[in-house]
Ligand binder design. Structure first.
Ligand SMILES: [Zn+2]
Ligand SMILES: [Zn+2]
Length: 256
């Protein structure tokens, strides 16, 4: 069994209709959560996903709609007296910041009931999460504009787009991006599935990318309540390229 479930499909703007963008990959041996923004614990509850079933969490970047539910989720696991270790995947240079964040939330390693194992990845290198999940990260331009604020050169800027190898299927997840080039980070690959955010990228750029990349199926996510017309236009225009395109909603499942 290999299944993907959208936990949230919203943008950074708070909504009563969608939780912030996140999804969950379930395999027979390992379950991976991709991003854990504000409200993710409630979003998981809504999808009836047991916190204990989460083996690992991987982060695309650290905007609050992708990260700030992390501490709350650790607390929920602690309330349930989790014993199984939890793996955290993030760019290797960000591990100290995530550890600091946990400490500032009083989530000390010695205090909580389970081990948190940090696994740092580097861009452009494929790493294995389990037998059925391999991931390659590429750095996108989503947060490049913030580099000027890094006055003490901590260089803590990393924003990932991911290529997932799920058994014999390939999934390209754009994560949050900022430029057309980000849609082509894995241009040399042929994907079975592409999941793109629609907030920071124009309809025209999405159309051009889909025309050239020809994924077998396209899912749209990171959607604001007033994006209805944009989505309608994307789906209408893409129909000319014969790429089935689906507006993701919270709880939507893909059987891989
Ligand atoms: Zn976002
Ligand atoms: Zn973002």
């Amino acid at each position: 069994m290999l299944e993907l479930i959208f936990i949230g499909t919203g943008s950074a703007i708070e909504s009563l209709n969608r939780f912030h963008s996140s999804f969950f990959i379930q395999t027979t041996k390992y379950n991976l959560l991709i991003d854990a923004g504000d409200g993710v614990s409630k979003a998981l509850l809504k999808q009836k996903i047991n916190y204990h079933s989460i083996d690992g969490i991987i982060f695309t970047h650290f905007h609050p709609d992708h990260f700030s539910g992390f501490g709350g989720l650790i607390i929920q696991m602690e309330f349930l007296q989790r014993e199984k270790p939890l793996q955290i995947f993030t760019h290797y240079k960000l591990i100290p910041f995530v550890k600091d964040y946990l400490h500032l939330s009083y989530l000390f390693e010695k205090r909580i009931s389970f081990d948190i194992e940090f696994i740092g990845f580097n861009h452009n290198e494929t790493f294995s999460v389990c037998d059925d999940i391999q991931i390659k990260s590429k750095n996108n331009t989503h947060i490049d504009a913030y580099k000027k604020y890094d006055e003490d050169n901590k260089n803590y800027f990393s924003s990932s787009s991911f290529l997932f190898n799920l058994k014999d299927k390939k999934l390209f997840y754009t994560g949050d991006i900022a430029s057309k080039d980000d849609l082509f980070l894995f241009y040399e690959e042929k994907f079975d599935y592409m999941i793109t955010e629609i907030t920071h990228i124009s309809t025209e750029d999405i159309l051009e990318a889909v025309k050239l990349l020809q994924p077998s199926k396209l899912y749209l996510t990171h959607i604001s309540d007033d994006d209805g017309q944009k989505i309608e236009k994307i789906i209408y225009e893409i129909s000319a390229f014969n790429v089935p395109t689906i507006e993701a909603v919270d709880g939507l499942k893909i059987i891989i």
